[in-house]
Design a protein around this ligand. Structure first.
Ligand code: PLP
Length: 575
């Protein structure tokens, strides 16, 4: 479908527009377009070349620089060909086996077909009048995932699976909204109706704090928490400053000892008066390292503190489908709420989140009604959701759990696990890399660091640990920091060069390293869930990073030598 220089302008007439609404011109035309479109999509996947297309961002802004809304209509085929040239050709190939940088990855092709059904039916999940069978599909999916997490008895699910008086959870447009829904419920539970006080949702935060005699309300999460929690705190009037972050242990899991101490201090009102702990949040699959908090321990602390226990399992939650992974999540069944993203480990296309509540009555706390939809005694799903209109997105995970099944997901996760271990092995054997986490759920962080520098840092760390004089230890520490700072610069430059090379993609983040804390370390981050990524692909990716890394290192090396050999406590004296 080559793009025409001057696509034909057509005259608007109602007859033509009417035909668009039923089907373009005739059913034949619809099928013809559908066929062309599928070929166009297929072509995108077959195309060789870079991951990101070589077009620059300024050039892209020149393509999309029309400042006014189009006036006269154009033919569908012309606009489709415009989409191909302007959009598809410059889209990111997130499904490429060489794209291992983000949680956004390949999806099975049947998802495209499901998206067509979703668009064709155009159900609006807000109310039964616009979503009949699809409301029941949603409730069934919600019950499946609820059962997977909380494992309540059969009677509970038989009673509630299609019980419109309660909601076991909500399907949301993404994980951010799912987390926000969980915290909205937590906020209501923290400041409930009490005598003359009508509850927080009616009275607002200030009156709620005053009524219950608190100076502030907080939520607590580890330093690895996703920024959606801060966003929710902002939007729910809790305040971003009232998100308390707790350091992690050496495995990137929340440090339970420090959490306990912090909770105690908050409850004793040390410093700023009494604090209400609205929620303690565990993470089951952190965004940066894929680690799972000790949910059992967190559950105990949350229970003792009288706080809502929320688990952000947006990344990892789907691994509960597979028995081998269940022990990682021990304690999740005690959570009050859990969030999972379907567009992550369920391999659905963008985007769909889900929030589940152990107590089927919890969502009643945020129930809304209105006269024209979601009437008081209606069966409408929209009574329990933050969002209004919602697509029939749940069809994708619902169908996918049938097509792929728990067994199929087990195989996909096995492959993801294998790829993650493979990459770690390749990097560890290559010499010039330092892997920085023990991956639990398919995310590996590492950095490029020439072997001699890595060995030097190790040697310094040993000397520092055994240094008798504090002064000497401090000097070595300063050197380690300076070298790490230099290596941070090297990895930023390497990442930029890799973007230009564009044959593969890993992401980059800066993280307070568990190995060099409290220093922030720039790391490369690989997310290894594409089943088409094999060990040959991984070797090629590492080879490219090594080649480009060593080239850039030449600029950095003289500075490193100066750093290493300069100042008091020169290297040879230190070791
Ligand atoms: C742990 C975690 N929670 C929440 C989210 C937010 O999800 P979304 O991007 O779907 O809003 C993410 C996204 O990466 C995540 O990793």
């Amino acid at each position: 479908m080559p793009m025409k220089e001057n696509p034909k302008e057509i005259k608007s007439n109602l007859e033509y527009l009417r035909k668009l609404f039923i089907m373009p011109d005739s059913p034949d035309k619809f099928i013809e377009f559908g066929h062309d479109l599928l070929e166009m999509i297929h072509g995108f996947f077959q195309e060789k070349g870079g991951i990101h297309s070589s077009i620059t961002l300024p050039a892209l802004s020149e393509i999309f620089d029309q400042t006014a809304v189009p006036d006269s209509p154009k033919l569908i085929k012309d606009v489709l060909s415009e989409i191909k040239t302007k959009v598809i050709n410059h889209s990111v190939k997130v499904g490429s086996p060489y794209y291992i940088g983000h949680m956004t990855s390949a999806t099975p092709y049947f998802m495209i077909l499901l998206e067509m059904i979703i668009a064709a039916l155009n159900q609006n999940q807000v109310k039964i009048e616009t979503a009949k069978a699809s409301s029941f599909v949603e409730r069934e999916l919600v019950a499946w995932l609820h059962q997977l997490i909380f494992g309540r008895n059969d009677k509970f699910y038989e009673k509630n699976i299609q019980n419109h008086r309660v909601a076991l959870g909500n399907v949301t447009s993404d994980g951010t909204l799912a987390n926000m829904t969980a915290l909205l419920v937590a906020r209501e539970k923290a400041f409930p109706h009490d005598g003359d006080f009508p509850g927080l949702r009616m009275a607002g935060m200030e009156r709620a704090l005053r009524h219950y005699g608190y100076a502030r309300g907080v939520v607590i999460i580890s330093k690895r928490g996703h920024y959606s929690i801060t966003k929710a705190a902002n939007l729910l009037g809790i305040g971003e400053e009232n998100v308390i972050t707790i350091p992690v242990d050496n495995h990137n899991r929340i440090d339970l000892k420090r959490l306990r101490r912090r909770v105690k201090n908050l409850q004793e009102g040390k410093g700023n008066g009494k604090t209400k702990i609205i929620s303690i949040i565990g993470i089951a699959g952190t965004t940066e390292t894929g680690s799972v908090d000790n949910l059992q321990g967190l559950g105990d602390i949350a229970y003792e503190a009288g706080a809502h226990f929320h688990v952000d399992a947006c990344w990892g939650g789907s691994a509960l489908l597979v028995n081998e992974y269940r022990s990682l999540f021990n304690g999740i069944e005690r959570a009050d709420s859990v969030t999972i993203d379907a567009h992550k480990l369920l391999y659905c296309p963008m985007s769909m989140g889900i929030v589940l509540f152990r107590n089927e009555k919890d969502l009643r706390l945020i129930r809304h009604t209105s006269q024209y939809v979601i009437r008081r005694n209606s069966v409408d799903t929209g009574r329990f959701t933050i969002e209004g209109s919602r697509p029939f997105a749940c069809l994708k995970p619902w169908a996918s759990l049938k097509i792929i099944g728990r067994e199929g997901y087990g195989l996909l996760f096995k492959q993801a696990h294998k790829s993650t271990n493979n990459l770690k092995k390749i990097l560890d054997s290559r010499g010039n890399f330092e892997t920085l986490n023990t991956p639990e759920l398919f995310i590996l962080i590492y950095r490029f660091i020439p072997e001699t520098v890595r060995e030097q840092l190790l040697a310094w760390k040993k000397v520092k640990a055994s240094a008798e004089k504090r002064q000497k230890a401090k000097e070595i520490e300063r050197k380690i920091r300076k070298v790490n700072h230099l290596i941070n610069g090297l990895n930023i430059k390497l990442h930029k060069a890799l973007r230009r090379d564009d044959t593969s993609f890993v992401s980059r983040t800066t993280i307070e390293s568990t190995r060099y804390r409290p220093q922030n370390i720039v790391v490369l981050r690989a997310v290894l869930i594409n089943p088409l990524t094999n060990s040959q692909v991984l070797k090629e990716i590492v080879e490219t990073q090594n080649r480009i890394g060593l080239k850039i290192w030449q600029e950095f090396e003289p500075v490193y030598h100066r750093l290493r050999d300069s100042g008091p406590g020169r290297v040879n004296e230190l070791i």
